[in-house]
Ligand binder design. Structure first.
Ligand code: SF4
Length: 236
């Protein structure tokens, strides 16, 4: 049997995602935002399309966010790049060695990830950061295909409850079995079928970071735990 080439499968999948127009409401919104722009980014050429996953296609560690931000990834074309949530995420990834630099400003800033891939529940920016159930369902096959392509996947981190539920639903469809009763919370950890571990974290949105619901030590602890889990799987 010919082994699956994760890199080739993932490259083709990301091309498909970028060209996807399955959700009419999101297509209209992402293009409207790209056309109108925010005043501070008037000189930027907005991406305005579905945003592909970013990182290492051989990764053991997968991070699942909600969706691109209107003036963040929908502008820059790279997950969590160009907004406050990304500032938190890439700083945390840098501290534990998944990222080669702590900041992420634009698609040509030299950022690379090692052993880590960032994807999302939906790959298009939604109005008011709110997705419909149908949009989540429509985009889910992309996540399922990523699970299948990432042959080394060991740890999945869901940022926020919607991503957490989306991962469980995807796994349910992948295995045909109910994944059981898992409750979302910051720092929760569950062993999933296939010896993969699911971690939950509050999303580093300003709604959480400005209010103190999520602090930097709380967020950093999640990534330290992911590193410990990956190290433990290597030694078994
Ligand atoms: S959210 Fe997903 S399924 Fe919907 S248009 Fe974007 S890429 Fe396609």
């Amino acid at each position: 049997m010919v082994p699956i080439d994760s890199t080739q499968v993932m490259t083709e999948l990301q091309d498909t995602i970028v060209n996807c127009r399955q959700c009419p409401r999101l297509v209209v919104w992402r293009e409207k935002i790209a056309d109108e722009k925010r005043r501070q980014f008037m000189d930027d050429t907005y991406w305005g399309k579905a945003v592909p996953s970013f990182g290492d296609y051989q990764a053991q560690f997968l991070i699942v966010g909600l969706a691109p931000a209107a003036h963040g990834a929908n502008r820059t074309g790279r997950m969590f790049t160009g907004d406050r949530s990304g500032d938190w995420l890439y700083r945390a990834l840098y501290k534990v060695g998944f990222a080669n630099q702590p900041t992420s400003t634009d698609i040509n800033d030299g950022l690379t990830l090692t052993n880590c891939l960032i994807t999302a529940t939906c790959h298009c920016a939604p109005p008011q950061n709110k997705l419909t159930a149908e949009e989540i369902r429509t985009c889910r096959p992309f996540l399922m295909r990523e699970f299948a392509a990432l042959r080394n996947l060991k740890v999945i981190l869901a940022l926020g409850k919607i991503a957490f539920d989306g991962v469980l639903k995807t796994l349910q469809e992948e295995t045909g079995e109910s994944p059981g009763k898992y409750t979302f919370g910051h720092g929760v950890e569950y062993l999933l079928p296939g010896n993969r571990v699911l971690l939950g974290s509050y999303h580093p949105s300003q709604q959480n970071t400005f209010t103190g619901r999520l602090t930097e030590p709380m967020f950093d602890a999640i990534f330290s735990r992911a590193c410990t889990l990956l190290a433990s799987t290597e030694s078994t």
